[in-house]
Design a protein around this ligand. Structure first.
Ligand code: PHE
Length: 388
């Protein structure tokens, strides 16, 4: 009876400890809880699987080296669906129930924006590998959100690079823009592309909106067939790109489709999207040692159904980089508990990440080069790299 009481006291005490800041201990080993919020289901599941796997690889490597400041990292993975409401529910769960103080995620800007607001209110550090919309790290008044960071460049740069590639490399003079106004990422990237394309002397010959629920794009595609633009800018995720490019090919449209990082997926329909190009964060063809080593470690841990090594996409890469930013900052700060010290260390971070060297500007945004990738029926190929 007495030992039962002692035991339950111990259980209660360790629960309190865990609830007090994402750290705790079981049987001596100190534990640091880190949440990974990723869209494992919903419209873009490959984004979630890659993000989870990239972050878990980094955690495994740090734990193999003895953890962070003597703490073993314990990942808590939640499915946030690339959608605001499930993302907010997942964030509240990991913060309020698990006592997490550090979050890697979300992938999609429209889900990361609301969770970053919870992070600001509750002093929880949120690092998104991949959310490129400006409003992820900056609030409506233009102030940098103190606890929100990212490992990727932003859409102001991505839109500029897309416009530069279209005008200089493809010689495009006209464009047609397709966008989903309800998606912060798509809307923002379309605006940046339009602004830069027109500043470079190009003309927008049409601009049409659709919604994420649409499956038949024939009305917009009929307008594109009529306008015959040099390029069609479609900065959406792969699920929409697959539908639109397939229907465009069936209609005999020959304009080149261009897009952004949202095209990056093992499930991109490369036959439908062949002839298109997209801007991205990284290419597995990059010979830098950081890329070579990451490809080897990732391929050894994760396999395709046929047993071959998986090649990490930009999502896996940036989740790995985001996790390494966090653990490096904790090492520099000498703490896994003092969120403000970790935040300051993140602001001064300097690492040779897989996606490029990362230092952050005053808005917590990395300044990094972008890759242009070409889609062919045989797969996606590296085309060019454009530095800021
Ligand atoms: N940049 C996208 C967004 O902000 C997410 C994304 C990044 C998707 C990289 C694919 C690859 O919503």
């Amino acid at each position: 009876m007495r030992s039962l009481k002692v035991l339950s006291l111990f259980v209660i005490l360790s629960m309190i400890l865990v609830a007090c800041g994402g750290t705790g201990s079981t049987g001596g080993a100190k534990e640091l809880k880190v949440a990974i919020l990723a869209p494992l289901s919903g419209p873009v599941p490959t984004f979630g699987v890659s993000t989870r796997d990239g972050a878990l690889l980094a955690i495994e490597e740090w734990n193999a080296k003895g953890g962070v400041n003597g703490y073993t990292i314990v990942p808590i993975v939640e499915d946030s669906q690339c959608t605001p409401e499930p993302a907010v529910n997942a964030m509240n769960k990991v913060v309020d129930q698990d006592g997490v103080k550090f979050v890697i995620g979300e992938v999609c800007s429209k889900a990361t924006i609301p969770i970053s607001e919870i992070g600001t209110a509750k002093k929880v550090i949120v690092i998104s590998g991949t959310s490129t919309a400006e409003a992820v790290t900056v609030d409506a008044n233009g102030n940098t959100k103190p606890y929100t960071f990212r490992a990727c460049f932003i859409d102001a740069f991505q839109g500029l690079v897309g416009a530069k590639f279209a005008t200089e490399k493809l010689g495009a003079k006209t464009t047609f823009i397709m966008l989903d106004q309800a998606n912060d990422y798509v809307k923002g990237l379309a605006e940046e592309f339009e602004k830069n394309f027109t500043a470079m002397g190009g003309t927008v010959v049409g601009k049409e909106s659709y919604t994420a629920k649409d499956t038949d794009f024939s009305t917009i595609l009929a307008k594109i067939a009529e306008a015959k633009p040099d390029v069609v800018y479609l900065p959406d995720y792969y699920n929409i790109v697959n539908l639109v490019t397939k229907q465009a090919k069936e209609k005999g449209i020959t304009s080149a489709f261009l897009g952004g990082d949202g095209w990056d997926s093992a499930d991109l329909d490369v036959v439908a999207a062949a002839g298109g190009y997209f801007t991205n964060h990284y290419s597995p063809d990059d010979p830098r040692p950081e890329v070579v080593n990451f490809l080897a470690a990732y391929g050894a841990k994760y396999k395709n159904d046929d047993g071959t090594a998986k090649v990490p996409d930009a999502l896996a890469t940036l989740a790995y980089d985001a996790a390494n930013m966090l653990f490096t900052a904790m090492t520099t700060a000498g703490t896994v508990e003092d969120v403000d010290k970790v935040k300051v260390a993140l602001e001064g971070i300097k690492i040779n990440a897989v996606s490029g060297a990362i230092t952050l500007d005053a808005k917590h945004n990395p300044v990094k080069a972008a890759a242009i990738l070409a889609v062919t029926a045989e797969g996606v190929k590296f085309e060019a790299s454009i530095a800021p």
